[in-house]
Design a protein around this ligand. Structure first.
Ligand code: S3P
Length: 456
């Protein structure tokens, strides 16, 4: 199990770095390329473990996914995959359970596809994924005719945990139309239901309380799927559609969620100025950058065109005197994976930061409200845990050196590493293998900017 030791940052952080390609878009590119007819090319593949889990799942169902990158690209973060799609109706039954690893997106999106197949399948995950609630996806899928079972949730009556058994849809039976208002803003729910909607006899009409990331809608639109998205409403009307999506080429933009750690590190280490190149800046993903701005942070986003219907920017972040703010409402789904690193900014801000409306964080890779409260306290930061958020008292004093257990949560491990840069003496972060799920070269990237990080 990897442990990292982060030393207090002596000088400033400087430089220009790339980040791995967007994990969310990577999952979707792999799924849609598999369901297309013909060959697709996916450039900039990140080799993060979550995306690799999706690639392996599709391979297990007969999709040929070749890695055609140069060996140099393969050891980096930008591989190239060639995917020979099977069309919507030619996936084959996997020989064994499909292992989704740590990836909730893999499991939930696949459930949407598998629920429409004529074969049965079983989805499993690691210890963290096996604790994550699945009724949010299975419930609406069941209501359109899917048969999916899981393990009963030990504390939430009626909810379901992995492993998930997805039954074969009998010959002659089809998924039906669905009209669904989701109680949570969740791209995983929305995407699973839209993917199942590709197979359904009848439309899929969805509404969410606030807009979650819309990569699925953008990709479906680019592939000619008859879909309309207006605000928080999405409608898929397949009646006059031939069900054919054709192979495509995509270059995946850099991951805004990975870039957030680098942007935040530059904010909190005095004198720093760091640029992150080629970052996907879809507005459904830029909540953290707005948070930095509201806190008074120095940040500039220079647009660099589009890739795959997704806007790209170069982001420059420089250290600033931050002030505490209130974070809540529609900003939360647009910063859903960045709330931990926003807590690190809050810890270094002048005054109090209050985070509300973030109860969804309790069902991520760890209970991120509870985990962040204990991480902040370990660094000597005063905070109060609320049912749906945190109240954090910022401090400018050097932080207490801490020993942190990441609890297998990549974003907690990386947040703790960034906080440790502001420590009085070195901090130790245990259980850091999980960082490879989303940002395999995180430590190398911090070092390239001038940080001192030991790995053992
Ligand atoms: C994701 C959606 C979000 C996010 C996750 C990736 C996606 O989850 O937290 O890391 O790729 O669709 P929810 O849909 O559960 O909010």
């Amino acid at each position: 199990m990897t442990t990292i030791v982060v030393h207090p940052q002596q000088g400033s952080l400087h430089g220009s770095v790339p980040v791995p390609s967007d994990k969310s878009i990577g999952h979707r590119a792999l799924l849609f390329a598999s369901l297309c007819e013909g060959t697709s090319s996916i450039k900039g593949f990140s080799y993060g473990e979550d995306n690799v889990a999706t690639a392996n799942a599709m391979r297990a169902m007969g999709v040929v996914i070749d890695d055609v990158s140069s060996s140099q690209a393969r050891t980096g973060t930008a591989g190239e995959l060639r995917v020979t799609g099977k069309g919507l109706f030619d996936l084959r039954a996997p020989n064994a359970s499909i292992d989704c690893g740590n990836s909730g997106t893999t499991m939930r999106l696949l459930t949407g596809i598998l629920s429409a197949q004529r074969f049965a399948s079983m989805l499993i995950g690691d210890a963290s994924l096996s604790r994550r609630p699945m009724l949010r996806v299975i419930g609406p899928l069941r209501s359109r005719g899917a048969r999916i079972d899981g393990e009963p949730h030990p504390t939430k009556a009626g909810d379901v945990l992995p492993p998930l058994r997805v039954h074969a849809l009998p010959e002659g039976a089809f998924l039906s139309a669905l009209e669904y208002e989701s109680p949570v803003a969740s791209a995983q729910i929305k995407s699973a239901l839209l993917l199942s909607g590709l197979y359904a006899h009848g439309p899929t009409h969805l509404r969410e309380p606030m807009l979650s990331r819309d990569h699925t809608e953008r990709m479906m639109h680019a592939l000619g799927v008859p879909l309309r998205a207006v605000g928080t409403v999405v409608q898929l009307e397949p009646a006059n559609w031939d069900g054919v999506m054709s192979g495509f080429e995509i270059e995946i933009p850099g991951d805004a969620s990975a870039a957030a750690f680098i942007v935040a590190a530059a904010q909190i280490v005095p004198g720093s100025r760091v640029t992150v190149r080629g970052v996907g800046t879809n507005p459904t993903r830029t909540g953290l950058y707005e948070i930095v701005r509201h806190m008074g942070g120095g940040i500039e986003m220079v647009p660099h065109g589009e890739q795959a219907g997704e806007p790209i920017s170069e982001i420059t972040s420089w250290s600033s005197a931050l002030r505490g703010i209130v974070i809540g409402g529609e900003l939360v789904p647009r910063a859903i994976d960045e709330i931990p690193i926003a807590c690190a900014l809050a810890a270094r801000a002048h005054g109090t930061t209050t985070i509300r409306d973030a109860e969804e964080l309790r069902v991520k890779e760890s209970d991120r409200l509870a985990t962040m409260a204990s991480v902040l306290r370990a660094f000597g930061v005063t905070c109060e845990e609320l049912a749906d958020g945190l109240v954090i008292e910022g401090t400018q004093a050097p932080l207490k050196p801490a020993t942190i257990d990441s609890r297998g949560d990549h974003r907690i491990a990386m947040t703790a590493a960034v906080l440790a840069l502001a420590g009085k003496s070195p901090s130790t972060i245990m259980d850091c293998d999980c960082i490879a799920t989303s940002f395999p070269r995180f430590v190398g990237t911090l070092r390239a900017l001038g940080a001192r990080v030991d790995v053992s």
